[in-house]
Design a protein. Structure first.
Length: 390
């Protein structure tokens, strides 16, 4: 991870491309207009927001455009029934440097195993091709987050993030800088993963550099999309939609987006105290004010009835996003469902843990204990076995 920092801070010293060009597979894009379930969730969620009219497009509408674009890319692939992604992936390996590429993917797997053990275990059920592609995406996300959250975050400037984005462009064009990039470069050449969610995640990191308050849920929603909803959009093209699924591609992407948003909202609710100690308050300012709370209340960190009631509403909204996500998991390829269910069940239990801590997210960290974690894995497995909407 340190290498990334060196590179973005001082690119010249480290700018050696390790692997040569990797073939790209294209994908025609087609638009669709099924906003239905998006709007339903939007209506439910905005019941929490103020009555302030928002004549401009909401963040949800803007984000939905990315969802449609990514869904269209995948729909195109699904139509090509004869194309077996795993086979295509295997065949195009013949054109690249096998050993280096395999090593690059293995290293991604190692990083993943170290930082996210449960998730790593879950990926072992996937086909080898899909598994290693998800690892490559995971590592890129982890490195991106490390830039602004890691030990050297204080050295990161907007220009450093611009260089990271340039590096992303390069790897998409088959010019990776290091072996982790090479793995991702290979992945995006084989699966219909659009570059936009990756760029948007970098945009989320830019926001973290310049913004420490969110006026409304709409603003927060966009941030959550940038740093977490994007992960869902990056992952589904690799995890794959079950061939027998009758669900629309857009609805599956909606669910994936919802899972990212739900996870990030949960992160935010869990880390209120920790973030406040870094001068950050992600909770929407207008909702805090309506609950009779201010930044000072958060810095003071006292669990009052006002706070409990405010948190109950926040938790309720996060759960709504988890519910929305649930609708899509069974539509994924059978082998990809288990890690997704596991992550959904585990993350959602953090909300239960906040409740169990009597809403003290100022000084008590809500976490899911080992026993509960292990108990969730067979539950996730059971759900993964259930069929799709066919
Ligand atoms: C149909 C359907 C439901 C499909 C599933 C789609 C899917 C796989 C969604 C994944 C959702 C997910 C795991 C989102 C990640 C959310 C998250 C925790 C984002 C974190 C951002 C910044 O947070 P913060 O800095 O506040 O918190 P920390 O203290 O740093 O934790 C991130 C850290 C961004 C970076 C994200 C990652 C490193 C995770 C990347 C994960 C993958 C690519 C694999 C996803 C696959 C599974 C099975 C979970
Ligand atoms: Mn982080």
């Amino acid at each position: 991870m340190a290498g990334v920092l060196l590179w973005v801070i001082s690119p010249k010293e480290n700018a050696t491309a390790l692997l040569s060009l990797i073939p790209r597979s294209g994908g025609k894009q087609k638009r669709s207009s099924s906003l239905c379930s998006r709007i339903k969730l939007s209506a439910k969620v905005s019941a929490f927001s103020s009555a302030v009219a928002n004549p401009a497009r909401s963040s949800e509408e803007k984000v939905y455009e990315v969802v449609l674009k990514q869904a269209a890319l995948v729909k195109e692939q699904r139509k090509k029934k004869a194309l077996d992604l795993d086979k295509a992936a295997e065949n195009s390996d013949a054109l690249t440097d096998w050993d280096l590429l395999n090593e690059a993917y293995d290293r991604c797997g190692e990083v993943c195993a170290e930082y996210a053990k449960t998730f790593y275990l879950g990926t072992l059920l996937m086909t080898p091709e899909r598994r290693r592609a998800v690892w490559a995406i995971y590592v890129w996300c982890r490195r991106t987050d490390e830039l602004v959250d890691g030990p050297n975050a204080s050295h990161i400037t907007p220009r450093a993030l611009d260089r990271w984005e340039k590096r992303l462009d390069d790897l998409y064009e088959g010019r990776p800088y290091d072996m982790f990039d090479a793995a991702l470069s290979d992945t995006v050449s084989k699966y219909p993963v659009d570059i936009q969610p990756f760029k948007d995640m970098i945009e989320g990191m830019r926001l973290d550099l310049r913004k420490s308050r969110y006026n409304t849920f709409d603003e927060l929603y966009l941030y959550c999309y940038y740093v977490a909803g994007t992960v869902g959009l990056m992952s589904v093209p690799v995890m794959g939609i079950a061939p027998e699924s009758k669900a629309t591609t857009e609805s599956v992407y909606n669910a994936a987006l919802a899972l990212g948003i739900a996870n990030q909202l949960t992160n935010i609710l869990r880390d209120v105290g920790e973030d406040a100690r870094r001068g950050r308050i992600y909770l929407p300012q207008d909702e805090l004010a309506r609950a009779g709370l201010s930044d000072e209340d958060i810095f003071r960190g006292q669990v009052t009835d006002k706070w409990r009631s405010f948190m109950k509403d926040q938790i309720k909204r996060a759960r709504m996003f988890f519910d929305e996500a649930e609708k899509g998991v069974s539509e994924l390829n059978a082998a990809s469902r288990w890690p997704v269910w596991a992550s959904l069940l585990l993350y959602r239990q953090i909300l239960d843990a906040i409740e169990a801590n009597d809403y003290n997210n100022f000084t008590k960290r809500a976490y899911v204990g080992k026993a509960k974690k292990f108990a969730s894995l067979p539950v996730a497995y059971g759900r993964a076995l259930l069929g799709t909407s066919k």
